[in-house]
Design a binder for this molecule. Structure first.
Ligand code: ADP
Length: 459
């Protein structure tokens, strides 16, 4: 087993990994940028090393600086968390060259699933249904328009390097196609330094349902059920829950088997997620794979009672998974709300700043994963998520009531957050009935008076 692990990340996920290491008796090394000196992950780790200035490009995205820190601290392994270098195959190779275990899949599996166009090809080779669309990326608008006309409008133009909902544009007809194609390319080039896009059918009002899988270094892959992440704003998840209120048991089993089959086809090791879109008829289409731990992994931990981050560490160390598919049971319902420092009144603009009074919710069935505290200043350089609140219980209704209660207790003064917005959703009849598709938030905002989802004084 590892003696010491470096966590190449910040915020709540860095803290999450530190907690898993503590329980396993492994020492931890935090890395941080100058903006994160006061961050909780720096204070909680056994050691901490500054790796550069505030900009991620100069710190958390610098493999050379992270590997230098790992060598100085003499660690056995690096946990990448999510985002930053977590899906960078080249970084995995650099770790290997430095004789450090990367806690995640092999570079080959990352490459085969890394970019979305490539992932589609990998899935098609494994005979997994994909959203109808282009074979690969498309260089010219003429070529792309031909594909769009063949599959039929509406279509979605997607950046192959995409993530976080960026580089995606919907075209409803041939007239608007070229404008949207250019917009997607420009946005992708700006966000990812790679403007390559492809085209697929736009599925109307689908659900986003993803399967958590776990593989060891001895060829075993199991799935740990699904998460329904349909509640999204601008293609970004806001609320996730498991099990999905939409899936029947037979569809669940079919999708779970498909997820395992696809992961096995690339000899996948460690934790990963297969994302699918499911239409109203129950047809499902593979969308992409995330070859890392995900933000919403805690939902799966609470519904299965399996600690995914500990399992990641154990399988990376070469341990055999002592879990059989038939033994993995969904024992309760869990729901997660992403708490973002954003202002719903200003179209959810990020609003970094200093937190004043802070009171975290607690009690039976409530879990909060967060790196912030009263007096903490949220730096403007990173994403706006300041924590994840999870509520769980015997069934969906209990979990939702508990979430409503916990959001009511959660006090974060001094900045705007998504707390009041999410709280209003917990009481919304459409959401309560399990009827949310990826269009849900748009509909909810259009039909619900603002006073219901905005706090009285704005803070
Ligand atoms: P990202 O990696 O940026 O999160 P995804 O490929 O996971 O992008 O897609 C994010 C969301 O965008 C999906 O959950 C869904 O709401 C929407 N989306 C993506 N592709 C399609 C599609 N073909 N049809 C309808 N919605 C889509």
């Amino acid at each position: 087993m590892f003696n010491k692990i470096l966590i190449a990340n910040r915020g709540e996920i860095a803290l999450r990994v530190i907690r898993a290491c503590r329980e396993l008796g492994i020492k931890t090394v935090a890395v941080y940028s100058q903006a994160d000196e006061q961050s909780l992950h720096v204070q909680m780790a056994d050691e901490a090393i500054c790796i550069g200035p505030s900009a991620s490009k100069e710190s958390y995205l610098r493999p050379d600086r992270i590997i230098a820190a790992a060598e100085i601290a003499n660690v056995d392994a690096i946990h990448p968390g999510y985002g930053f270098l977590s899906e960078n195959a080249r970084f995995v190779e650099q770790c290997k060259a430095a004789n450090i275990t990367f806690i995640g899949p092999d570079p080959d599996a990352i490459r085969r699933m890394g970019d979305k166009a490539q992932a589609r090809q990998t899935a098609m080779a494994a005979k997994v249904p994909c959203v109808p669309g282009s074979e690969g990326t498309l260089d010219t608008v003429g070529e792309a328009l031909k594909v769009a006309q063949k599959i039929g409008f509406p279509v979605i133009i997607k950046a192959t390097a995409g993530g976080g909902g960026k580089g995606m544009r919907i075209a409803h007809n041939a007239a608007s196609f070229s404008k949207e194609f250019d917009a997607a390319r420009i946005e992708a080039e700006k966000a990812f330094g790679n403007g390559a896009v492809y085209v697929e059918k736009y599925i109307e009002e689908p659900r986003h349902i993803e399967f958590q899988i776990l593989g060891d270094r001895h060829g075993k892959v199991v799935h740990l059920g699904e998460r329904d992440c349909s509640v999204q704003r601008r293609h970004q998840k806001l609320i996730e829950e498991g099990p999905s209120p939409f899936l029947t048991q037979s569809l669940r089993e079919k999708m779970g088997k498909t997820a395992v089959k696809l992961a096995e086809s690339i000899n996948y090791k460690n934790a990963g997620t297969l994302e699918f879109l499911v239409d109203k008829h129950g047809n499902f289409y593979f969308m992409e794979m995330n070859t890392r731990i995900q933000v919403e992994h805690g939902v799966t931990e609470e519904i299965t009672d399996i600690d995914l981050v500990k399992r990641q560490i154990l399988v990376a160390a070469g341990e055999k998974l002592d879990l059989e598919q038939k033994d993995i049971k969904i024992v309760r319902h869990a729901i997660e709300v992403r708490i973002n420092a954003e202002d719903p009144a200003r179209n959810f603009a990020p609003c970094p700043g200093t937190i004043g009074l802070y009171y975290a919710p607690g009690g039976h069935g409530v879990r909060l994963d967060s790196h912030v505290y009263g007096g903490y200043t949220i730096p403007p350089h990173y994403d706006s998520m300041i924590g994840k609140l999870i509520a769980y219980g015997r069934n969906r209704q209990v979990a939702l009531d508990r979430m409503y209660r916990a959001l009511g207790e959660y006090t974060v003064k001094g900045i705007h957050t998504t707390i009041p917005f999410a709280r209003a959703i917990m009481k919304d009849p459409v959401f309560r009935a399990g009827g949310a598709t990826t269009k849900y938030i748009e509909d909810f905002m259009a039909r619900t008076p603002k006073e219901i989802w905005l706090p009285g004084d704005g803070r």
